[in-house]
Design a protein around this ligand. Structure first.
Ligand code: B12
Ligand code: SF4
Ligand code: SF4
Length: 410
């Protein structure tokens, strides 16, 4: 049956009262956000990103760039389109909180006997801080407008960077993070979803131009192309998310970075406009600015929990943390660390024992290492034994097969 001809539709009368109300509610929401300590808050429509993010996230996962973060793949549909995550959502307020450092984060990389903890982790866990504030703002907005609200920060399946870019908070730089004209690289992001329709802000434009400083500084070559990060090669991923031994090819490049990495962020020329975090809980704790590797190696589980209470570092647990510290020790060229590293050969964690073997092989000469090996006969863990054999063959120049395995091993 032929379709009935469409009636020419009359334009809907402009509802000035509701447009005005939407502006008022938006102004209220933004004012609440700023009063709660956020530095920037702008609105984006929920349909603004899917065209870009659905294919991009699928390509990212297909390329394996998500490494072992299977949750990115499992939540891909909801993550790349806020309307799938919450079909009732009408508007999204994206918020940024400045966590700018008070010194150059690249400076600590020159002090190899000290540990570099990335800027975002030198004080309180931003997830806890931001989530509490978001809940307060959203609660007041819901009470004022009667709309439903949901708040998200980082751990939820929301693509915060593309949403913040479309809201005009900044643009996604070639390192993939959001860059702001006012705050440089140093903004934490969070969001408030609401069923109330609010006027959207204007998206930001890309101001990277021909610069490629972030791509060139990356110690592990983690950018297969501008705007793409291969997490498998990223030190942030390797030190925070990666379980088990760190692949050998990245250990030297890690230097003294024991938790996260700021190189691509810190080198960005837009940081000349950055300013120090005003939120006291995001300013670096003095004891986490440049802790001595030797002190960190001695942390048992209770001491680790105490030192990193309320910090994001606590999330990775003591064993993965000490594994990272040991790799930094191996890169330190500091013979004074041999003693503390040797003590780690007795640790209950095989990951720690394996990393200790690697560190010692880099701090000791071949003869001293061979003597140490003779005394260390009780090891039964296959991965740790592999570390011993590999280290020995590298120190003695014994041949290895194509995979870097010492030949003649079974
Ligand atoms: C997973 C994750 C990581 C992973 C993967 C990083 C990544 N770039 O994907 C790891 C552990 C490596 C990581 C590291 C860091 N992270 Co992180 N991370 C996230 C998380 C949870 C999701 C990011 C995501 O969606 N990735 C998936 C990719 C596909 O999305 P995308 O990066 O936006 O990529 C876009 C384009 O670059 C392009 N693209 C990317 N890859 C590809 C591949 C192909 C083939 C194609 C075609 C396109 C394409 O398309 C995408 C869509 O537009 C967000 C929080 C959140 N919920 O959003 C925090 C978040 C991005 N992280 C954050 C921070 C601070 C960091 C670190 C700086 C921490 C540190 N100091 O160590 C580093 C920076 C490393 C880096 N250069 O990205 C902040 C960034 C704040 C900001 N101003 O942008 C966020 C937003 C957390 C927060 N709430 O503040 N992170
Ligand atoms: S965080 Fe470090 S390792 Fe990761 S992409 Fe940036 S510079 Fe490279
Ligand atoms: S360093 Fe250069 S290329 Fe990278 S995000 Fe900043 S401006 Fe863009």
């Amino acid at each position: 049956m032929p379709a009935a001809p469409m009636q020419p539709s009359k334009p809907a009368p402009l509802d000035l009262a509701s447009a005005e109300k939407a502006e008022t509610f938006k102004a209220f929401l933004v004012a609440e956000a700023l009063a709660a300590g956020f530095d920037v808050a702008r609105v984006v429509a929920p349909d603004a990103i899917a065209e870009q993010t659905v294919p991009a996230l699928n390509a990212y996962i297909a390329a394996g760039h998500h490494a072992s973060m299977d949750w990115l793949a499992q939540t891909a549909e909801r993550r790349s389109d806020p309307r799938v995550l919450w079909p009732e959502v009408q508007s999204i307020l994206m918020l940024g909180m400045n966590y700018g450092p008070d010194c150059d984060p690249l400076e600590i990389l020159r002090h190899r006997d000290k540990a570099a903890i990335s800027v975002y982790a030198q004080n309180r866990d931003y997830h806890d801080l931001i989530k509490g504030r978001l809940k307060g703002i959203a609660g007041r907005f819901a009470a004022r407008t009667g709309s439903d609200v949901k708040v998200f920060v980082d751990t939820a399946p929301v693509m915060e960077k593309p949403l913040a870019a479309k809201a005009g908070i900044g643009w996604q730089g070639k390192h993939s993070n959001l860059v702001s004209r006012e705050f440089g690289s140093w903004l934490f992001l969070g969001s408030i979803f609401t069923t109330h329709k609010l006027p959207a802000d204007v998206p930001a434009t890309d101001n990277c131009g021909s610069c490629r400083a972030c791509l060139d500084i990356c110690p592990t070559n983690a950018f297969p192309a501008p705007y793409q990060v291969d997490a498998r090669r990223c030190i942030s991923y390797l030190t925070i998310e990666h379980k088990g031994p760190v692949p050998h090819e990245f250990r030297q490049a890690m230097g003294n970075r024991i938790y996260g990495c700021d190189d691509c962020l810190a080198v960005c020329p837009w940081n000349k406009f950055a300013r120090q975090a005003h939120e006291a809980k995001l300013q670096a704790r003095d004891d986490l600015k440049a802790p001595a590797l030797a002190d960190l190696l001695g942390l048992d589980d209770p001491a680790f929990r105490t030192l990193f209470s309320g910090s994001p570092v606590k999330r990775i647990g003591r064993d993965r943390f000490i594994r990272n510290v040991l790799i930094a020790c191996g890169n330190s060229a500091d013979a004074g660390l041999i003693g503390p590293c040797r003590a780690c050969l007795q640790d209950d964690s095989a990951d720690i024992r394996g990393a200790a073997v690697w560190a010692l092989s880099r701090l000791m000469d071949a003869d001293a290492f061979a003597t140490l090996r003779l005394g260390a006969t009780g090891e039964t863990d296959a991965q740790v034994l592999f570390e011993w054999h590999l280290a020995e063959s590298q120190l003695t120049g014994r041949p290895q097969d194509a995979d870097g395995n010492p030949q003649g091993l079974n």
